[in-house]
Design a protein around this ligand. Sequence first.
Ligand code: A2P
Ligand code: MG
Ligand code: MG
Ligand code: MG
Length: 358
Amino acid sequence: MSSALPIKTYTKEAEVAVQAVLRACHVTKSVQDTLKVDDKVSKPDKSPVTIGDLAAQALITLHLQNAFPEDKIVGEEDTTELRKNDGLRNKVVGLVNEGFAKGKLGKESEGIWGEGESFSEDSVLTALDLGSHTGGPTGRSWTIDPIDGTLGFLRKEQYAVCLALIVDGIVQLGVLACPNLGTTAVTDSQTGVLFLAKKNEGGWMRSLKDDAKWEKTTIPEHPTPLRFLESVESGHSAHSVQARIGELLGVQEGTSLRMDSQAKYGALGRGEGGCYLRIPTKYIGGKDYQEKIWDHASGSLLISESGGVVSDMHGAPLDFSRGRTLSANEGIVAAASGVHAKAVESVKKAIEEFGKKV
Ligand SMILES: Nc1ncnc2c1ncn2[C@@H]1O[C@H](COP(=O)(O)O)[C@@H](O)[C@H]1OP(=O)(O)O
Ligand SMILES: [Mg+2]
Ligand SMILES: [Mg+2]
Ligand SMILES: [Mg+2]
């Protein structure tokens, strides 16, 4: 069994979520180590999806379906690619069952639901299709990003397995696993960190290893040195605007921490960096883009529960009640409490400057 969870409410939900995410990490890690060219395809929006993304979402959904059959699922992936590609489908079904294989997860999975069970192709496809819920302001729904940062995953760098519970539009519980993140610093020899956040109770982290102890996550009011965290991909956020915001905040030149996925929220949540910036590229002539709820639900709760502040780039709270996207928001600023207000102010100034240039 996993070491006792540090929270007092939603304990069954957290227990199931942690188990599901641990199993998904086991699968994604083995896929990342052995990925072949035809284990990856492009989705209609041209973004990549791998057998790891699809297997992890199916596996997490099977856990949720078993424990909370009434709950809705808002998942990033669907069965479009699997239904037209036999090879991909067979591999995904095989991986899901490998994730449940007896003894695969070590002692943490002993006595936990699903160990040794086998799932048919039909149940795997049905589980994936459950992820098409529209989200919205009422009821309970889980949002899944089975591999966040697929581009980082393909580069064998950072990625995250993300699962959050949203109740009546509010994120109540967030689980964020970062299999390639160092346990004490972004890169160190001991990799693999699991983060957990519960609304109004706090944020915690532990190593991904068996039975590791949970430690509280805290963000100092003024982290020093102040650095900012941003995407590796220049198509996902406006690096040039962010560099200017960094200057305005007094960040030393060349000290931004670039990494893929919600691992950025994990690093910030345990006090690294001090400010995560995600300024849309449309401000420098890029395409319009709406952020998805599964890309921010777990991470944003971790920040607010660790003493930090999260908003959109204009300072407005993130609104998870609008459906599958954060359609009421634009960009993200997540920062230490002593940095956030100045960061939002600096965003405004930098955008004005760039507006004159574009
Ligand atoms: N133009 C864009 N602006 C912001 N985020 C994007 C954009 N295109 C894709 N993404 C999403 O950014 C996330 C990764 O963020 P990061 O750069 O911080 O690692 C992915 O979930 C990815 O979605 P997708 O899964 O559809 O590729
Ligand atoms: Mg994502
Ligand atoms: Mg993803
Ligand atoms: Mg994706």
